[in-house]
Design a protein around this ligand. Structure first.
Ligand SMILES: CNc1nc2cc3nc[nH]c(=O)c3cc2[nH]1
Length: 373
């Protein structure tokens, strides 16, 4: 019998929580940052490196994998962990968000979404049941419900319609998921920027007794203040003994402020995407290696880092690689960025354990403000 899914809060500091999720494929130290592994790969990284920077779990995109190479094919080849050689936990999103942001000719009804692939125009339909089936074929450890994320700003009645549809789809996903020992299906709170709808969504999902809860419908272009206000409203309505996952977030500053409001899990393409565009995250803020000011700078990004990409290469060399569009440029900067994000999470976890989260957060923020010397 597989070890059941469990979440324990080990320490709190204000509303911030230090916890641990225990699953058959390993433990997830929270607050956790999940590197995005869109098509079964964390772009430009070997999985050993992803593990090496301290990631306990990665995110896989159902939409991309169902289109190519196909969920049934991945299942025939032993599942996503085997396919991508990542033996630790994987969370897959449901695909709904990517359908609405990437696919063509999409139509959404009570049944689900129909759409055409952005790759070859082939027609697909995705119901809540099919989304869970695909995530199970991928052998995903944490599966997300199919939902409808409303783009903001939106009319109140539109936000309400999508929130209520997402609740009905949560019930259908819970039924379709059934009882997969050692795995979890998370619900997703919707409700846009409306407090009453957020509360209704969170309370209805909490009543379903799910293993974890995501806060969706945010990081869709709204100001940070609106996102944080929605967390202030939503988190208190979710069970304190279950993980809370803020989807698609975010910058290091977003993460600090969201942990302070009770969020335990994050995913964001920023560190990986920025790495491919010549941007480095460091404890002194962001450094754009495309900038000519780095052309003769012999210093590494951060001499104190334990990541070779940050410690062993000059800015001049990184600038050269980025300007010449050498693959190694994207590789080293992605490595640096993921290492920085994991170090940030490690500092956050340690600060909560020692009840120094607020002070540590202020120190980290000052480091960014000091800017890159
Ligand atoms: C990058 N921002 C962002 N990525 C998201 C992914 C999501 N998936 C499912 N449901 C969501 O509401 C949702 C919201 C999101 N915001």
């Amino acid at each position: 019998m597989a070890k059941p899914f469990s979440f324990k809060v080990l320490a709190t500091d204000g509303r911030a929580r230090r916890g641990i999720i225990d699953m058959p494929r390993g433990e997830i130290r929270t607050p956790a940052f999940m590197p995005v592994g869109t098509g079964g790969t964390v772009k430009t990284m070997y999985m050993d490196q992803v593990r090496g920077v301290g990631a306990d779990i990665i995110l896989g995109n159902t939409y991309h994998l169902m289109l190519r190479p196909g969920a049934e094919r991945v299942a025939r080849l032993g599942g996503l962990h085997e396919f991508a050689r990542w033996p630790h936990p994987i969370l897959t999103d449901s695909g709904g968000f990517q359908v609405m942001s990437l696919s063509k000719l999409r139509k959404l009804t009570e049944k689900g979404v129909t759409f055409r692939s952005h790759i070859d125009g082939a027609p697909y339909e995705m119901s809540p049941e099919r989304s869970i089936e695909i995530q199970s074929l991928l052998d995903s450890d944490i599966q997300m419900q199919l939902d409808e994320c409303t783009a903001l700003p939106a009319e109140l009645k539109e936000i309400e319609r999508a929130m209520e549809l997402s609740l009905r789809w949560a019930e259908r996903c819970k039924t379709a998921f059934g009882d997969q020992p050692g795995k979890a299906m998370f619900g997703i709170v919707q409700g846009g920027d409306n407090a009453a709808l957020r509360v209704r969504s969170a309370q209805a999902l909490s009543a379903m007794g799910l293993k974890g809860y995501a806060v969706g419908g945010l990081a869709v272009g709204e100001p940070q203040a609106v996102m944080l206000e929605m967390l202030d409203i939503t988190c208190p309505e979710l069970p304190a003994d279950k993980p809370r996952y803020l989807m698609g977030v975010g910058t290091p500053d977003d993460i600090l402020k969201s942990v302070a409001r009770g969020i335990d899990m994050f995913d964001c393409v920023m560190p990986t995407r920025a790495g491919r565009h010549g941007l480095a995250y460091t404890r002194r803020g962001k450094v754009n290696l495309r900038n000519a000011r780095h052309a003769d700078d012999p210093r590494p990004l951060d001499e104190e880092s334990d990541c070779p990409a940050a410690r062993d290469y000059s800015r001049a060399y990184l600038h050269h690689l980025v300007r010449s569009q050498e693959a190694l440029g994207a590789m080293l900067l992605t490595w640096n960025n993921l290492s920085y994000y994991q170090k940030l999470m490690q500092d956050i976890r340690a600060a909560i354990e020692t009840q120094t989260f607020e002070a540590r957060g202020a120190e980290i923020t000052e480091g960014w403000a000091r800017g890159d010397i």
